[in-house]
Design a protein around this ligand. Sequence first.
Ligand code: COA
Length: 165
Amino acid sequence: MIVKLTIREIKSDEHGELENFLYEAIYIPEGQSKPPRKILERQELQVYIKNFGTQAADVCFVAEVDGKIVGACWSRIMNDYGHLDDETPSLALSVLKNFRRKGIATALMKKICSRLEKNFKRVSLSVQKENSAAVALYQKLNFKIVGERGEEFLMAKIFKPAKMI
Ligand SMILES: CC(C)(COP(=O)(O)OP(=O)(O)OC[C@H]1O[C@@H](n2cnc3c(N)ncnc32)[C@H](O)[C@@H]1OP(=O)(O)O)[C@@H](O)C(=O)NCCC(=O)NCCS
């Protein structure tokens, strides 16, 4: 039972925690084992966390339960799998296993989107097509599939649609 859930911005001395949440965000298909943590050293994963907090679109909200961070959602303009263009931040998200299916990801996503919509026209992400939990979550939050790359969907949520002429 969750006693007290707080959604708040990450503190600068907590940026190290993002490594854990990046590891948790790696999709593991049913029946497969987790990759070694060393995978985080790869350049394509480092872009999510290296020097986090130094760029304008670096925004992170965490979910805290009884003093422990149990989920994180963060954005960055980066050349990641979810990159749409250089004006659009992309998102990373994960919630620790024992805390899933309690609305925590939804709360994190809503919070970060309402922050990002102040400064950006849209936000994007990539998700494994077979990660049906995450795809369902994003669709509920009004993200649309805007492209496909191999095993992944590229999804985006538009905050400020272009004006109709
Ligand atoms: C995907 C993930 C972030 C969802 O977090 P969560 O806190 O459990 O999500 P929520 O409780 O807010 O769920 C919101 C909705 O998403 C969908 N959903 C979430 N988990 C689901 C599951 N296991 N199966 C089916 N639908 C699921 C449901 O529609 C759910 O609404 P409901 O509970 O009212 O049915 C979490 O499972 C996770 O961290 N997974 C591993 C990392 C990952 O896949 N990250 C995303 C990479 S793109």
